[in-house]
Design a protein around this ligand. Structure first.
Ligand code: NI
Length: 148
């Protein structure tokens, strides 16, 4: 019986890279103690693939949106309206009264990527918002809560 993690068949391929890039790569290969370039390239490819797959995934996204604004009753009411009408869910809000006139908020948002981006853009477009920064994470499949 072979173990499921038995050696997969290896394919060889040629790669052309600038000398400087190879030199910098080799330095890291040595520093990190890889057996050789091949092992380091396999590792880099796995990381690259995982990143690309996560980036293209639409569902199960978690994001933080940081905003700074000059508080005003009109803006406060707009902020609430926009959040209530969004398909993405704001699951927590941390509010900090920054100065006499300014507030900082960190919103944690869950939803599909497009819905999160739409919400961030709508908030960013409100009059009185002075700073917006969105950071989107991907959730690993096993923590998605549902399967497809
Ligand atoms: Ni405030």
């Amino acid at each position: 019986m072979t173990h499921q993690e038995s050696e997969p068949e290896l394919k060889r391929f040629g790669v052309s890279v600038p000398e400087d890039l190879l030199r910098r790569f080799d330095k890291i290969v040595k520093k990190r103690g890889y057996v050789g370039r091949s092992e380091a390239i396999r590792d880099a490819m796995r990381g690259f693939i995982a990143q690309c797959e996560w980036e293209s995934k639409q569902e199960g996204r978690l994001a933080t949106l940081n905003i700074v604004y000059r508080h005003h009753p009109r803006l406060m009411s707009d902020l609430i309206k926009v959040q209530h009408s969004s398909k993405a869910h704001v699951i927590s809000t941390v509010h900090v009264h920054l100065t006499h006139s300014h507030c900082f908020e960190a919103l944690t948002i869950k939803g599909d990527r497009d819905d999160i981006e739409k919400l961030a853009n709508r908030i960013g477009g409100l009059t009185g918002i002075e700073y917006v920064r969105l950071f989107v994470f991907s959730l690993p499949d096993d923590e998605d809560g549902h399967e497809h």
